[in-house]
Design a protein around this ligand. Sequence first.
Ligand code: G3I
Length: 317
Amino acid sequence: DKTLGELAAASHRYLGSATDNPEFSDAAYLKILGSEFNSTTAGNALKWYATEPQQGVFDFTQGDQVLDFARRHHMSFRAHTLVWHSQLPDWLNNGTFTADQLRAILKNHILTEARHYRGKVYSWDVVNEAFNEDGTYRDTIFYRTLGPGYIADALRWARQADPHAKLYLNDYNIEAVGPKSDAYYNLVKQLKAQGVPIDGVGFQGHLALQYGYPDTLQQNLQRFADLGVDVAITELDIRMYVPADEAKLATQADWYARVTKACLAVRRCVGITIWDYTDKYSWIPAFFEGEGAALPYDENLQPKPAYYAIRDALRDA
Ligand code: G3I
């Protein structure tokens, strides 16, 4: 049988899974990660708290570990993320900086990290989660101190540091057409008009059965593609209230298939990354009480109906 990665590659796309460094001691887990998927990303290792734990002191050991695994297994690598309000180091969270100081800090962070990975990564999530649900800018240390121009600056610095990486903006709850995805649509249009380097938009895809399927996903992906950027599903998982049962798993499988088909139907949808592949290592139970079972493999690394649904959707392409 062909793997998900092989089937996606036949459609010139990738099917990837996020991973995280603590999981590198799990040989059975790694075997599937390295064989079934043709792309990966580090769930935490490239975030600011991990890469610049002290101001001006950089540490890429965890990120390098994930990237080395990807290279040894011929997987492409999505790098996540250069600028995000969450998981910042204490010195940045607790410090007070003038705009000039913060600009210099941001520039140095982006240039140093993106240069370290220069030529080795497929893409960078340059700015992550910049908007609120209503489409206004999220009030982060960067927005507050630097204004909305920090996004264009970040993209320019990332391009300068690694001219080959595809540069993305990435967010959740933008799968459907709505105020938040409209904000990205308008921003991308504006950035393009201003000649700011922007190559793609990442739709995280943290879906939940109780909120319903985002019916406008394909149409939404297409309108971004029509602006002249790539699109990707970057952190897909589909959670439910646990315990799972046959009916919920069937609905989940159907949703995984629909997301896969939506991507395949849009020429500029370059691939799908699931936010780790097994319920054993999902972030969901720790963040949403009573929810889980969000991924295509169960806690014993056995494929669920969702796995076969993705496989069939890729095969039919
Ligand atoms: O590193 C500490 C460890 O020392 C400590 O023992 C342990 C105990 O709780 O916590 C560890 O830190 C955890 C960290 O992941 C690394 O494992 C944090 O508590 C935990 O909150 C953190 O969660 C991550 C989350 O981002 C934080 O927002 C998830 O693993 C990660 O999958 C998740 O990923 C985000 C994307 O980056 C952006 N989109 C949403 C997505 C889901 O939240």
